[in-house]
Design a protein around this ligand. Sequence first.
Ligand code: PEP
Ligand code: MG
Length: 837
Amino acid sequence: DTRILTQTTLITPSAPVARERHGWRGKCLQRLVRMGLPVPRSFAISCETVQQIASGRPLPLEELSRIFEGGSGLVSVRPSAMMPEWGGPGTVLNVGINDSLHRVLSDQIGRANADAIYLSFVQSYAIHIARLDPDMFAQEGSGALPDALALYRSEMDEPFPQDPAMQLSEVLRSMARAWEGPTARILREAKGAPAEAPLGLVVQEMALALGPGLCGSGTIQFSDPVTGTPRVTGRFRGQHHGAAVGAGAETLYLTRDERGPSLEEVAPEIFADLVRFGIAARERLREEMQIEFVVTGGQISVLDATRVARSARASVRIAVSLARDGIIQPQEALMRVEPRALADLLHHQVDPRAPRDLLARGINASPGAATGRIVFSAAAAQAADARGEPSILVRRETVPEDIRGMHAAVGVLTERGGTTSHAAVIARGLGRPCIVGASGIRIDARARQLIAGGRTLSEGDEITIDGSSGEVLAGAAALLPPALDDTFTQLLDWADEAGGIAVRANADTPDDAITARRFKAQGIGLCRTEHMFFDAERLPAMREMIFADTPEDRRRALARILPMQRQDFTHLFEIMAGLPVTIRLFDPPLHEFLPHDRDGLRELAESLDLPLSDVTRRVEALSEFNPMLGMRGVRLGITMPEIYDMQARAIFEATIEANRHGSPVVPEIMIPLVSARREVELVKTRVDAVAAAVRNERHADFAYRLGVMVETPRAALRAGEIASHSAFLSFGTNDLTQMTYGLSRDDAGRFMGTYVAQGVFPEDPFHVLDQEGVGELLLTGALRARQQQPEITISVCGEHGGNPESIAFCHEAGFDYVSCSPFRVPVARLAAAQAAI
Ligand code: PEP
Ligand code: MG
């Protein structure tokens, strides 16, 4: 006998139904049955059986015919994969209808309803099982049923199957085969399922939503899918007040509503039962559920319960309220929220329910959404800000002069650049929504126009940028406000209790530091001191220093800068109140501080009081073919040591001040772009000398730590000898990725999309740490450093410090902390907790 022994299990409270064997829906229905909810008779068909059915083994019809006994005579078949989100073939309803049942139903619920049931089954059977042309079976209305039956007979050369067991076996076979098909495989793989994931099926007796008395079908859920706040939502489509069978079908509101009748008013006891079922399901299934139900003559049947679909912000509120109600543990609540989702809560968001008028797409460089008028220059953004008008700064790419404009604008959009381009890094720091690398837009600066999506927009036109999705939208889209409420705070407090890797913030300004504190960062892991000079008042002092011809000139310029720096550090120490602060010595790729056009040159000549020709000559002398690999970082510090001397002095003087004023601090001084031990020795000697001088002058003592930023592959490989002079090492994974791949972080945006789409890189390596390559350098460097110096502090302060997968890697590797933009600190805290749980 080649027939399979079907594993068709009647779902009872004690039946051996398991998620691994029958899929999630089978198991979920058993839970509902155990709760005593009125679930129609249901059968679970095991995954193993479904596989056998797919491979063509015949089904025992006698066994299947038993399924139909004693009920309405109609069943539905639903998919039951391991995870609800893996989907499955569409549900087939009304299996079992035939000529004789049609006659019985006509008497019970009226001819029109019986016709509708039969017709819909003939249509779906003809299309999905017999695979006939859907167009042929599109007819509706009176006369459609006999026509469909006749058409089926003539196309198939046999009458429509009348044996319910035969119908069921064909439906099961077609669903089992559909799951094995290539389309279904691709779809489930896209949702994270393995290609070979199994499928179970559920056969359920149908409760009719038609007939005398109150009948209808609906879904109900108890929390708002967008905000997660408790609220009854859903729909009910039915007949009320026992309206004539078939007629009067209408959609009722669930709860009292001015706009029309509601289930709550029409049938308060049914509504109350549904609410009771919902509360019970939430407790027993430990999840916020949507319930699918049918009402037949005033009796409820619960067909199914599924996890409520939810937005990022709803996911936080739902998880926290389940834990607060004692239904799940806080640790489980932590695991239920996608860390990335938190980024959406910190900012405005495009309302997912609102329409989107898409103009273009780019890289989602900084999350949140903003609406403003298009401006093409920093000056225009400032002017708009002065008028109190929100603006979106649209640039090809941004340069340091644009910082003022980025401050003044509510969002930034650039045509070029990648995730670590200037615009992206600055926007994340400012918490401004930003899209970079929107290669589909064209900027006509002269005409002050933006061409996108085949439309031409002018300066002053309103657009919305969604920095979370990377979408540029026309006009003002409906926005939701940030959701930094008590559930958000609660979740993150639980996260900190989980004891994961520490999280610090990259903070350059007092504002950044305040944000870092607000999001409970455990210190500053990277203060990029050159960023302190991007603003309008300070840029000239910085340029004067860069353009100094002699050490004497340079010292004069530095003397102007010293008090500014001291003030900066005093401020940071004050805000951070004793938490560790890591200050990186100057690392300006010089080109970022040079003027980029003739106007800029003239302005510079004016401010330096030098002839234009002189300035032009010096700019040319300083310009490099490859500034990111040029006179940067410690190379600048060694060729012009006065710069680092000044910074060390500013740090130490601020330290003395902080120690006197009650926020004692042990500053951490970090040397950038190191590639050789000797570089560290040279800088260390000078910094120590400055410390000695300051101690002497001020008659005050203080401690400090000196460390190295590991950003070149050579520094990672030579980490052992570098560690012997360092209290800490911090991997600057932005530059380290750039140099490991030989891939410019500022230009990668142009082809990254193609590269990722074609699977050359699994992800943008500037965004998600390349564990295989760059990760190996991190592990090698950390190992060699620790062999030399077991107590050394090791961290990551590149953009990867805010990326959940990269954080898990750092946790695994036993690093001490990660540091990321202040606005990514919440994401990192949750990711750190998840890695530790
Ligand atoms: C890095 O390179 O990873 C880093 C943090 O430094 P920056 O981004 O300033 O080059
Ligand atoms: Mg760097």
